[in-house]
Design a protein around this ligand. Structure first.
Ligand code: PBG
Length: 310
């Protein structure tokens, strides 16, 4: 009876698996603060995505860890950069079987760890940064990405990327906008995963949202939709269920939520200590995110949940 009347379900179709690929390694490397998640080698990534496909996971989002970083993050648009090479592999292996998404930002590629160009005063230059993002978008689409996911929170990024993709003929490449992305302390383990240290103890409060603000999230979401986003995202998820619910009330586009690295790490750590039941809590969290109104969830539990739902 409870099954029959349940208002919310979690299905493998709701899952997007975030994956990391690292340049110059031959076998996967564990990420100490993200137990069970690895930096993939080119080869191990191919195998992982094939397995996810076989488990029915409909989508992945790829992050790159380059061997070299510089002030502008130029490996983000190098046609032979780590993500572009990996995308070509995956597209060749899988065609359209799995929706291939690329995170579109430069923080993994810059030596200062910011999501854009830093000016002499140490500020991120919003408009100059858009030039980098559009180059990365075209490189990712050329390599075979079905969806690009701009995560840098620069104003105007969606419009700039849409225009550049269209002018290169990538009219079918969709944009999943990290629309309401908060400056959260929950991204800590992710920065281990991509070897990012923000220079001089800096932070992203100048471009990501203040977690005291809710209405602002709706402004960000409206702006991204007006600029041509095909799907929008709220990030992080669990501490932002109110934002997901508000966005759901207002938005009829597909709505994604990102259960971020710190959310995953907390469940894993407490589970490993025997303090909580990891399987039960991870399922409860994902159901809560769906109940709040998300259509799809980016989660490091994707593979695990897909196996449990078989
Ligand atoms: C930026 C980006 C970040 C995450 C996804 N894209 C890091 C940041 O904004 O500092 C975090 C994801 C996570 O914590 O799981 N490229």
């Amino acid at each position: 009876m409870r099954r029959l009347v349940a208002e919310t379900t979690l299905d493998v179709d709701d899952l997007i698996a975030p994956l990391f690929v690292r340049e110059g390694i031959d076998s996967p490397e564990p990420i100490h603060s993200l137990p069970g998640v690895v930096q993939h080698s080119r080869q191990s990534l191919r195998e992982e995505v094939r397995q996810l496909r076989d488990l029915g996971v409909p989508a992945i989002v790829l992050f790159g860890v380059p061997e070299t970083k510089d002030a502008t993050g130029s490996q983000a648009w190098n046609p032979d950069g780590v993500v572009q090479v990996a995308m070509r592999d995956l597209r060749e292996d899988l065609g359209d079987d799995v929706v291939l998404m690329t995170d579109l930002c430069v923080d993994e590629y810059t030596d200062h760890g910011h999501c854009g160009i830093v000016d002499d005063a140490g500020r991120v230059d919003n408009d100059a940064t858009l030039d980098l993002y559009v180059r990365a978008a075209v490189a990712q689409a050329t390599a075979g990405a079905h969806v690009v996911a701009p995560s840098g929170m620069m104003d105007g990024q969606v419009a700039a990327i849409r225009a550049e993709l269209d002018s290169h003929g990538f009219i079918d490449t969709a944009i999943l906008a990290y629309a309401a992305k908060y400056a959260s302390a929950l991204y800590g383990p992710f920065r281990d995963a991509v070897d990012v240290n923000i220079a001089d103890g800096g932070d992203r409060k100048g471009y990501q949202q203040d977690f005291r603000n809710a209405r602002e999230a709706l402004e960000e979401i409206r702006a991204d939709i007006a600029q041509g986003a095909d799907m929008v995202m709220v990030k992080p998820a669990m501490a932002y269920l109110d934002i997901i619910a508000k966005a759901r009330e207002e938005v009829d586009l597909p709505l994604a939520a990102y259960q971020v690295s710190g959310e995953y790490a907390m469940v894993k750590a407490a589970g490993a200590n025997g303090w909580i039941d990891e399987d039960a809590v991870s399922f409860e969290h994902l159901i809560a995110i769906k109940r709040a109104g998300a259509d799809m969830i980016l989660t490091y539990f994707a593979r695990d949940i897909a196996e449990r739902l078989q």
